[in-house]
Design a protein around this ligand. Structure first.
Ligand code: ATP
Ligand code: MG
Length: 265
């Protein structure tokens, strides 16, 4: 069964129809990359998956649970949305770390809030608090090791390179154990040599079976890391398939033009 089913998602901003019925499925452990020129709606799609935008129409099912359905009445309380968001981790182009916190605290912050909420809701007993906090700390340290930053635990974001900050952001997104990790152009703010280290981390995540949705302009990377690629154009899925099918596609003129235009997008 697919871990993610996205059905006929539509989103308008005023009269601007940005998503015109996007649909795709993703199996557990698969990596899907989304390519397409600027303004085609890639970020809006990711934002819809993460409840940063509410779609006007469509359905989103994660692991068999309907997390959004425009045909049903959705209750968007803050707690509800927070819970739904837990299915997805999101890593942005700009790393968005909290500047006032150390690397370790950046990663532990959201899981700590979850424990606090758990105690409030009585799903965690007060006497379990310290044990939970220890678990969160151990997990954060393990994630930092995974992204190669064990020596930066106590550093502040301003003391890190862009590539290091982005790797912290990846660890932070993983700390909440999302089903699906989403990236929105994770390397486009980075110099080429820093890009390499971030892409390496994403490739390592693929090896461990992470399910990922990646918006990228790095075509070589998309070709190497993807199980499937979606080419978006003007709010629709213009083409989709394996990397071989997408890069070998000679039928779709728009896709050809996009691929031939290199990195200008
Ligand atoms: N909050 C918003 N309010 C109004 N219009 C928006 C908003 N967010 C996005 N748009 C519009 O939606 C369209 C798609 O934008 P989006 O950011 O999804 O494109 P994109 O494919 O991610 O582009 P890029 O490759 O440049 O990041 C654009 O026309 C944009 O102006
Ligand atoms: Mg974008």
């Amino acid at each position: 069964m697919a871990i993610l089913e996205v059905q006929n998602i539509k989103k308008n901003f005023g009269k601007n129809e940005v998503l015109k019925g996007i649909g795709f499925e993703l199996e557990k452990g698969e990596v899907l990359t989304i390519i397409g020129s600027s303004g085609s709606g890639k970020t809006t799609l990711l934002r819809c998956l993460n409840y940063l935008e509410v779609p006007d129409y469509g359905k989103i099912v994660v692991d068999g649970n309907t997390v959004f359905d425009s045909e049903e009445k959705n209750e968007y309380t803050e707690a509800n949305i927070r819970n739904l968001r837990l299915h997805f981790g999101l890593v942005f182009q700009s790393f968005n770390l909290f500047p006032q916190y150390t690397v370790l605290d950046n990663i532990m912050l959201a899981p700590k809030l979850k424990v606090k909420e758990g105690i409030k809701n009585k799903t965690i007993l007060p006497q379990e608090k310290n044990q939970e906090l220890n678990r969160i700390r151990e997990k954060a340290l393990a994630l930092l090791e995974m992204v190669g930053l064990s020596d930066k635990v106590d550093a502040y974001p301003f003391q890190l390179s862009g590539g290091q900050q982005q790797r912290v952001a990846i660890a932070r997104a993983l700390a909440l154990e999302p089903d699906i990790l989403c990236f929105d152009e994770p390397t486009s703010a980075l110099d080429p040599e820093l890009t390499v280290e971030v892409l390496r981390v994403i490739k390592d995540l693929k090896k461990t079976g992470r399910t990922m949705v990646i918006v990228t302009h790095e075509m070589e990377f998309a070709r190497n890391v993807s199980d499937r690629i979606i080419y978006m154009r003007d709010g629709v899925v213009e083409a989709s398939g394996t990397p071989e099918e997408i890069f070998g596609n000679s039928e779709n003129a728009y896709l050809q033009q996009f691929l031939n235009s290199g990195k200008e997008f």
